[in-house]
Design a protein around this ligand. Structure first.
Ligand code: ZN
Length: 109
């Protein structure tokens, strides 16, 4: 599987997460608003954990730059589309996979 389900502390579904081969972080994305008083971004997931598709795109700012001892980099951008188990990195990414499309790595259930 390439996506993993994430639950809230009360056991209700929160969203999904995956290991990003571009920025090296785990991206965690809510599928639905769990509190009616909070309007948060949320993604549509095709519910296929082996060949996931998420819409719309995923934009992450700030990341741990690979090989950077300082760690967190405010200017780092990871911007991608996940379609059918593959991840397409857009040209504004600051990591080495910008502009490329690669398979998402398998993760432990
Ligand atoms: Zn990323």
């Amino acid at each position: 599987m390439r996506f993993k389900s994430v639950e809230n502390t009360d056991g209700t579904h929160y969203g999904v997460q995956f290991s990003c081969p571009g920025c090296g972080m785990t991206h965690c994305l809510p599928n639905q608003n769990t509190r009616a008083d909070i309007v948060a971004p949320r993604w549509t997931f095709n519910c296929n954990f082996d060949r996931p598709t998420l819409t719309p795109s995923i934009l992450s700012r700030g990341a741990i730059a690979p090989g950077d001892d300082e760690g967190w980099d405010d200017k780092a951008i990871c911007h991608s589309f996940v379609t059918d188990g593959r991840i397409q990195f857009l040209g504004d990414c600051t990591h080495a996979l910008a502009g490329q499309t690669v398979d998402l790595p398998e993760i432990e259930p």
